[in-house]
Design a protein around this ligand. Structure first.
Ligand code: B12
Ligand code: SF4
Length: 490
């Protein structure tokens, strides 16, 4: 491989991929790129953070930006559903200027690098596997020094027709040492739609997950290892973002921020003592919430606003297939606890498994009502090709286009259902769940009532969601929404 010019400018581009659903709730930044840009800059490079996804930019617009910026490197990122569009970005970069070095990272390329090089080697120079900060800097330094790229750990490249994967590097030991390029973020676009005057950030307090859910990628990506930032470092960052950029709501990107109880409690204490005031949206595990029953009041006082628990299934049989190490009753209790403290409770149910039937799915929806989260997401199982459950799902896959592997579109055909039937049932599940919520609004606290009305309005006005929920909300719900919003304006 021969790279003639010195690398300085690195254009980090998020792929123009949209699954529509989460994006209706807010505009979300890419914290992975904020980390990568921070490390590149500390090593003397000139990174540009370009969130084409959040701008809803087309390939044409992206092309113009590449032409204007004239970068030495174009780098992008892809989980499985985003890989098709991410590869289009790299192809475009090479078409504009074949001397641009192209790089891709994140979970899908980390595992599916052979497939990528088999079909797309003409425009993908490097894949970075695993954590990107040290590897990308090492790669670019090696190219600039004219060194042997085979000495760079955790990369994959094409060498005269064969794919070379170098040995994996260890994980970054101290996450507190990583610089973040927050100043490169275009802050005004990032908002959370259910909150007025919001400025939304995504912040990472830890990396990794110690569980082994068979459908999930994260346990494999982090090899079931977990590392946390110190409470001082993390809480300090929330204060910095609040004071410098006006961030008043953050999503914590962690798989399990609560894993180390001592660290987590210290974070809560600091958030309370220092009156940080930033609203926090987070996910965690059922067992950690049960463990924390005695300090749930601290969650509330620390302004934890939403807790998402991956319940995933309502029968013990499916929980066992998913290797979800929880019991049905534990999930119910954990959601009750979150509700007791007036925190918005969210959960998801993964449906469309090979043995699912219309009756079974409807039963799940009834059980979802019994669980009583404020928000429930009825997801279509996505057969990520590197997941543990993949061999079991493979015979039932009917759609091979990765861009549909987004938990929204059904791609696995149950034995006794068509894909259209699964799509229909998922839509009905959401519609019925939220209608039920609206009919029983008075059971919720005033804060939650207001929140649910805003959410239902987003659902009923978003054309993409409307389509997925099998048509419009009934007239009585629409009238009710108008009436309630009139009341809350007064
Ligand atoms: C934040 C987040 C989002 C944000 C994304 C914001 C954005 N602008 O990117 C939002 C809310 C929009 C989102 C949406 C979706 N998401 Co999401 N999301 C996450 C979440 C919670 C955190 C990701 C994160 O920020 N991690 C922290 C950073 C520091 O780590 P990182 O991103 O992995 O980056 C590091 C490395 O991967 C690597 N790296 C990554 N990219 C690159 C690129 C280069 C060049 C290099 C060198 C290195 C590198 O270096 C980084 C630093 O070390 C994860 C779950 C989780 N806990 O990780 C799910 C997750 C990534 N999402 C997932 C999915 C499925 C989706 C949706 C399809 C869901 C849906 N149906 O709507 C959508 C699709 C997006 C869309 N546009 O429609 C799945 C992907 C599964 C898979 N294996 O494919 C995950 C893993 C959740 C899960 N457990 O299933 N998501
Ligand atoms: S679903 Fe959640 S708990 Fe399970 S492996 Fe993935 S990130 Fe971990």
């Amino acid at each position: 491989m021969n790279f003639s010019k010195k690398i300085k400018k690195v254009l980090l581009i998020t792929p123009p991929y949209h699954s529509g659903v989460v994006e209706s709730a807010g505009v979300w930044l890419n914290v992975g790129f904020v980390y990568i840009a921070g490390s590149l800059r500390a090593a003397g490079y000139d990174p540009i953070y370009y969130d084409a996804m959040s701008h809803w930019d087309t390939l044409e617009v992206i092309g113009k930006r590449i032409e204007t910026e004239k970068p030495d490197v174009v780098a992008t990122t892809a989980f499985t559903a985003g890989i098709v569009d991410a590869l289009k970005v790299l192809k475009l970069a090479k078409e504009i200027n074949s001397s641009i070095v192209t790089v891709i990272g994140n979970v899908h390329p980390t595992f599916c690098y052979e497939e990528i090089f088999k079909d797309h080697y003409a425009y993908v120079d490097f894949i970075v596997r695993g954590e990107g900060e040290e590897t990308l800097v090492d790669l670019l330094n090696t190219i600039n020094a004219g060194g042997h790229i085979s000495n760079v750990q955790s990369i994959v490249y094409n060498d005269g027709g064969s794919t070379v994967a170098t040995p994996s590097r260890g994980y970054i030991k101290d996450l507190d040492t990583l610089p973040l390029a927050w100043d490169l973020v275009e802050w005004p676009i990032y908002t959370y739609k259910t909150m007025e005057d919001s400025r939304l950030a995504i912040v990472s307090s830890s990396r990794g997950c110690s569980q082994q859910c068979s459908f999930c990628s994260q346990q494999l990506f982090w090899k079931r290892k977990w590392r946390g930032r110190s409470p001082e470092n993390f809480v300090g960052e929330l204060e910095f973002l609040r004071d410098k950029y006006g961030v008043n709501v953050v999503m914590v990107s962690d798989e399990t921020p609560t894993l180390d109880r001592q660290r987590w409690e210290r974070i809560l204490d600091m958030l309370i003592e220092r009156q940080v005031g930033t609203k926090i949206l987070m996910e965690t595990r059922v067992d950690d919430i049960l463990r924390d029953e005695d300090i749930m009041w601290k969650y509330q006082k620390a302004k934890i606003d939403h807790v998402y628990l991956g319940v995933e299934a309502t029968t013990q049989e499916t929980l066992d297939i998913f290797k979800k190490d929880i019991k049905v009753e534990q999930s119910k209790r954990a959601l009750d606890l979150i509700n007791e403290y007036n925190i918005v409770s969210e959960t998801s149910f993964v449906l469309g498994m090979p043995d699912d039937t219309i009756e079974k799915i409807r039963e799940t929806v009834n059980l979802a009502r019994y669980y009583n989260p404020d928000l429930a997401f009825f997801l279509a199982i996505a057969p990520w090709p590197y997941s543990e459950i993949y061999p079991m799902l493979k015979p039932y896959i009917e759609v091979w286009d990765y861009s549909k592997y987004n938990l929204v579109e059904p791609v696995v055909k149950p034995k006794a259902m068509t894909l259209d039937e699964v799509r229909n049932e998922l839509g009905l599940a959401s519609k019925n769940f939220y209608m039920d919520k609206m009919m029983n609004l008075e059971r919720l606290s005033p804060e939650k009532q207001e929140f649910m009305v805003k959410v239902t309005k987003i659902i009923s006005t978003n054309s993409y969601l409307k389509e997925h929920m099998q048509g419009d909300m009934p007239e009585e719900i629409k009238k009710m929404l108008d009436k309630i919003s009139f009341k809350s304006k007064k």
